[in-house]
Design a protein around this ligand. Structure first.
Ligand code: COA
Length: 415
């Protein structure tokens, strides 16, 4: 028994944001029927291919545990099949460009009319407003949501992060909206519309930067290293390099091997509560009582030098040793793990966070598993479907077509 067993999802998603949402629903046990354009499919099947003519890792890693059906709702026969699928499903998810589903002939009003219990969930780049008809990809969302202006170094360009916070981040938001709407439907008996804008999702993740924007009106942001270095603040929350976004000073420090290994670094937090331990660890016990160092406030304008001293120590050991030595002292730190190290880490395989999947055309590959672990709803990651692999099966068992009708649908180009 899986948490979402019995929930059927009409999955009109493509690229990353929508598919990351429906993949989560599938991992929780929903029957996710992915609709793809006949002969073409989700564009990512062919993008960034590493093996000729084989579905890309981009596609496979976002579409596990789904069924693939080819269907063109813009054809007469396809429209009828699509209508029947709306009747038979609990949830419909889409992340096409603005208006695409309407242009297929299925605006929200019509979907509601066909199935009043339907939960209709969409991702767009922007919510209602000046940009609501724009197409949006990950980095557009990061730039318009405040992430890029606050990421990077003060003297450098705005920077986007490698974590796909606009796509997979918004996909997570949408999944939560969907299960919440399913929960409300238990009481109300009615479906509803769920909308997530990528810009909104990024702004939500950037709340500490909006916090700092308002704090600026009351004086400099003392905990930013820029303050300690005597660089004045401008009108907007600045880029803060690797400064911690919270109340405890932190930064990235070099470790043994940094000259040749681009990831021989550690994030080190000089947490006030364990300041004494930090001093002992780096061979500066005198700083514990020194009035120029003993309290967090007096240390603020010295953090650059303090971290330089800590780094003299971290450079003598490797990043894992820093963690091994700091953890028992309650000093929070994190080695900078490369993707290679993450891929090879046995404990991440044990928990199913990284999984090895077998695919008939590509062989085995690594993917992310479900980051949300439910004790009563275990996840088995099943390979992504080939294009149209389940078309006939779904047309027969969900849409209720006969063998002849299925053949006719193929003949007409609807599927
Ligand atoms: N059969 C026939 N046509 C289909 C189809 C199917 N099964 N599935 C999709 N299509 C058509 C749509 O009807 C639409 O055609 P139309 O615009 O002529 O009406 C088209 O394919 C899809 O358009 P669109 O979604 O705009 O694709 P795009 O490649 O131009 O843009 C995005 C891609 C991601 C920029 C855009 O979809 C978008 O802004 N999505 C919302 C935000 C988002 O999720 N972005 C992140 C993606 S990771």
């Amino acid at each position: 028994m899986k948490a979402l067993e019995g929930v059927r999802v009409l999955d009109m998603t493509h690229v990353q944001s929508g598919p990351s949402c429906t993949q989560l629903l599938a991992w929780f046990g929903a029957d996710v029927i992915k609709i793809e354009r006949p002969g073409v499919g989700d564009i990512t099947r062919g993008q960034l291919r590493d093996i000729p003519d084989v579905d890309s890792l981009y596609f496979t890693m976002l579409n596990h545990n789904k069924r693939s059906v080819t269907l063109n709702p813009k054809t007469e026969q396809g429209s009828k099949i699509f209508r029947k699928l709306i009747e038979e499903c609990d949830v419909m998810v889409e992340n096409f460009g603005p208006g695409a589903i309407d242009r297929m002939g299925f605006p929200w009003e019509k979907i509601q009319e066909i199935n009043p219990r339907m939960i209709y969930a969409s991702i767009k780049g922007f919510g209602p407003g000046p940009y609501d008809d724009c197409k949006v990809y990950e980095n557009v969302a990061q730039c318009t949501g405040g992430a890029a202006s606050t990421t990077g170094f003060l003297d450098g360009l705005p920077v986007v992060t490698g974590a796909q916070i606009g796509d997979s981040g918004t996909g997570m938001n949408l999944a939560l909206g969907i299960v919440t709407a399913l929960y409300q439907r238990e009481q109300s008996g009615k479906g509803q519309r769920v909308e997530c804008a990528m810009q909104d999702g990024i702004i939500n993740l950037c709340r500490v930067k909006l916090r700092d924007q308002q704090r600026l009106a009351h004086g400099p942001l003392n905990e930013y290293s820029q303050h300690g270095e005597g660089v004045p603040f401008g009108e907007a929350t600045p880029r803060a390099g690797n400064d911690s976004g919270g109340g405890q000073p932190g930064t990235i420090l070099r470790c043994n091997g940094w000259e040749t290994d681009p990831n021989a670094y550690v994030y080190f937090i000089a947490q006030a509560a364990v300041w004494g331990n930090v001093c002992d660890l780096i061979g500066k016990p005198e700083w514990k009582e020194d009035p120029g160092y003993a309290t967090p406030g007096v240390r603020l304008d010295k953090m650059k030098d303090i971290f330089a001293t800590i780094e003299e120590w971290t450079m003598t050991v490797d990043k894992f040793e820093v963690m091994r030595r700091c953890n028992p002292l309650n000093i929070p730190c994190g080695p900078i793990l490369s993707m290679k190290e993450i891929a090879e880490e046995p404990s991440l395989r044990d928990t199913g966070t990284i999984v090895e999947v077998d695919h008939p055309e590509r062989g085995t590959y690594l993917s992310v598993g479900n980051p949300i672990k439910l004790s009563e709803s275990p996840v088995d990651v099943v390979r992504s479907p080939l294009l149209g692999e389940h078309t006939d099966e779904v047309l027969e068992s969900v849409v209720g077509l006969s063998e002849e009708e299925i053949a006719a649908a193929h003949e007409s180009g609807a599927v």
